[in-house]
Design a protein around this ligand. Structure first.
Ligand code: ARG
Length: 359
């Protein structure tokens, strides 16, 4: 083969042929049959997104759990025969006819402090993922799109007032030392996730990427990491209510001026289909040393309450000192309030199970 030819990226057909032979356990492998592949491989959205944009990460990483990303809002419709069964599998029971409910923060005062004595809960965080209406998502974004999204986001954030007021730092302009400090304080996202990179989500880095931080470090926005926006409210301790109220206020203000992309059936558009719907993950770091020694009981309480339990430092990490990251499993087919309420009830149940073991 000539030098020029060998530099060509593998085409969709040969990637799929190779993928077909793997024993991948991903939802992509389960649902992208040869027949469906042939049906979808020539389709295109108005912004030019193809099956390659959607499935590239999963085709290149057979160890994916899901394996697909949303290339633009329209790709959810154009490639519905692939997305719908994957979404149905991940967000248990959300069928191709289910409709995600309208946004509802609910009774903000019905969410409270999960640990007023400060004995169990280390910290509390609620985030949402959002896309700015009218822009493609990562695989179809140009360098200019990244800059335009960042420009709009930075302008909007500069109008925030009160406790939300803060500073936007573009990663391309802040110095190395500052970047390192943000990483060490767990405030900045990491670069180069291999699943995202394969989906063409890390191009032009660090262009258009940045972080907004208020002065108390209780409110953050990540710009152009996995999603156009990750809006994050967090603080030490267990006051989920306070964290939730701060997030709701911020999301409404930011959304009112930017305009978030929303799919008529699937709710807010996010890059990863695991985040569709509310885009909301409420996570509580909770110290459960006795349950840590009784994993079966921990899993049982978590499953009963529809919770996802992760290690201390998030996805695919271990629990350090019996501290678990406990969050809502479902983000689609439930309201914002329901998603947060699940965590409130679940954490209270975990704490009482831990107490029971203290005797
Ligand atoms: N695409 C990856 C997979 O299928 C990640 C999925 C969920 N994680 C995320 N950060 N969106 O395994």
């Amino acid at each position: 083969m000539g030098g020029l030819l060998s530099k060509e990226p593998p085409d969709l057909d040969s990637m799929f042929n190779k993928f077909e032979k793997t024993d991948s356990k991903s939802l992509l492998k389960k649902h992208l049959t040869r027949q469906l592949f042939e049906l979808l491989k020539t389709r295109r959205t108005g912004l030019g997104a193809t099956l390659l944009d959607v499935a590239r990460s999963g085709l290149m990483n057979p160890d994916s759990v899901v394996g697909v990303y949303v290339a633009d809002a329209e790709s959810l419709t154009v490639f519905a025969e692939l997305f719908d069964p994957i979404i149905g599998d991940y967000h248990q029971g959300f069928s191709s006819r289910s409709v995600h409910p309208a946004k509802s923060w609910g009774n903000l005062n019905a969410i409270g402090d999960l640990d007023p004595e400060g004995k169990y809960v280390v910290s509390t965080r609620v985030r949402v993922g959002r896309s700015v209406d009218g822009f493609p998502l990562n695989p179809r974004m140009t360098a200019q799109d990244y800059l335009d999204v960042e420009g709009q986001v930075a302008v909007t954030l500069s109008t925030l007032e009160g406790e939300l007021q803060g500073e936007y730092m573009s990663l391309s302009t802040i110095g190395k030392a500052r970047r390192k400090e943000l990483v060490n304080r767990h405030l900045r996202f990491k670069e180069g996730d291999r699943f995202q990179a394969a989906a063409n989500a890390c191009r032009f880095w660090p262009r258009g990427r940045g972080i907004f931080l208020n002065s108390d470090c209780t409110f953050l926005v990540w710009c152009n990491e996995e999603d156009h926006l990750r809006i994050i409210s967090m603080q030490p301790g267990g006051d989920l209510g306070q964290v939730y109220r701060r997030l709701a206020a911020a999301v409404d203000t930011i959304g009112g001026s930017l305009g978030f992309a929303r799919h008529p059936r699937l709710g807010y558009v996010t890059f990863c289909p695991t985040n569709l719907g509310t885009g909301l993950r409420a996570s509580v770091h909770v110290r459960l040393p006795r349950l840590a020694a009784d994993r079966a009981r921990l899993e049982q309480v978590a499953t009963e309450h529809d919770l996802q339990v992760r290690g201390t430092r998030g996805e695919h990490t271990k629990a350090e000192g019996g501290v678990y990251d406990v969050s809502n499993k479902r983000r689609l087919g439930v309201t914002e309030f329901q998603a947060v309420e699940v965590v409130q009830k679940g954490v209270l149940a975990l704490v009482s199970a831990e107490r029971a073991l203290e005797g």
